[in-house]
Design a binder for this molecule. Structure first.
Ligand SMILES: *Cc1c(COP(=O)(O)O)cnc(C)c1O
Length: 365
């Protein structure tokens, strides 16, 4: 029985990457089985959260960690921890920060929308985003000049959504902020190198469980023990509507263990072969020009792209989405005329369906 079909919801082929809007990752059979088993028993949730956090911290090499519903919740909780700490009256008053310092400094090119605005997640946690510099250029003086007695922390967004030039590096932001005793929190939602970002010197980092890790809709916050305590304290406040269930926690832990043990060279070789297959099939279509694209945020991901005029690129993307099953190519570069296909979520069967539909588009003219 297909549970989606029962509701009349059709499946789609996701060639756009790890998109939350298309259901995030597909979980493995092992993760699914662990979640089913977890759902059929009862445990003390506090105990589960603490032990899951300790397990994640051990895997990532941080002092402590906790499980959330996602990286968006992670941003709100990290901000709340900086603004209210573990003080119950402050926790219960959020998102009203009272007289606590609550400005969250963020580089202008990091004020992005990942499906919802980063600024709003900051506000949910009682913070007030204070953008510095311009969308294409931030200087160190912007950061140092913005730090004052109302500053609660600096939020760094590591993402393909951000402006990729003219921003201060994570390393410099950490050095300058820490020199002024200001904590740095990091949104690394879709990043693949978890251990690197967990140990780069930030005070807290958040990751999506449903993107690179391949788990269910979930997320992680990892970092300093005192601040993780303060994040957990928010479960009695704004964290309550972001509560994750026991099966979500177990699903994330199971997926995380598998992710950190994955054979990366083999995986990359497999993805590279899928890109090769797409490119050679596209190249065999008369008049089609292609490109092999490196990831815009330097994550070591390759994608196959078809190069067209911007209008034709939009037409092709629309055509693919309108078919059955609907195919979602990567839309980020459509305005440059590039219709890209991300190999990560694709099965070999999906690749064939994509090739057939792309052929149909070009033969239809
Ligand atoms: C996806 C994403 C988020 C939100 O993550 P969820 O796990 O879906 O809540 C936040 N920030 C960035 C940069 C993202 O790409």
């Amino acid at each position: 029985m297909d549970p989606y079909e029962q509701l009349g919801v059709s499946r789609v082929i996701n060639a756009s990457g790890m998109m939350t809007a298309l259901g995030g990752s597909t979980i493995s059979a092992a993760t699914g089985a662990a979640m089913a088993a977890a759902g059929q028993q009862q445990v003390v949730i506090d105990d589960l959260q603490r032990r899951a956090g300790a397990d994640i911290a051990r895997l990532l090499g941080t002092e402590d960690a906790m499980v959330t519903t996602g990286a968006a919740a992670g941003i709100a909780l990290m901000v709340a921890a900086l603004v209210a700490g573990s003080d119950l009256s402050r926790v219960e008053a959020l998102p009203d920060p009272g007289d606590a310092p609550h400005e969250i400094i963020i580089q202008a090119g990091h004020v992005v929308n990942f499906g919802a605005p980063v600024r709003q997640m900051v506000a949910l946690g009682g913070g007030k985003a204070r953008p510095i510099g311009s969308a294409n250029q931030v200087h160190e003086a912007h950061l140092t000049g913005a730090i004052n007695s109302t500053t609660a922390g600096v939020l760094y967004v590591q993402s393909h959504h951000c402006v990729q030039k003219g921003m201060l590096s994570l390393e410099r932001v950490i050095a300058l902020s820490h020199a002024a005793n200001v904590p740095v929190i990091l949104d690394a939602a879709a990043e693949e190198d978890l251990r690197h970002f967990a140990n780069c010197g930030v005070d807290l980092v958040t990751f999506s469980g449903g993107k690179a890790i391949g788990g269910p809709a979930s997320g992680i916050i990892a970092g300093r023990a005192d601040l993780i305590d303060a994040c957990r304290a928010q479960l009695a406040g704004i964290g309550r509507p972001m509560k994750i269930g026991k099966e979500g926690i177990i699903g994330l832990i199971t997926a995380l263990h598998a992710y950190l043990n994955r054979d990366l060279p083999a995986l990359r070789a497999h993805q590279s072969a899928l890109v090769d297959e797409l490119l050679s099939a596209f190249n065999a279509i008369p008049g089609v020009r292609t490109q092999r694209l490196e990831d815009e945020a330097g994550r070591g991901i390759e994608r196959a792209a078809i190069e067209l005029s911007p209008e034709r690129a939009l037409d092709l993307a629309r055509f693919l989405r309108a078919g059955t099953p609907a195919i979602y190519p990567r839309g980020h570069l459509l305005n440059l005329g590039l219709v890209a296909f991300d190999p990560r979520p694709l099965s070999p069967d999906d690749v064939q369906k994509i090739v057939n539909r792309v052929k149909a588009f070009f033969e239809g003219e």
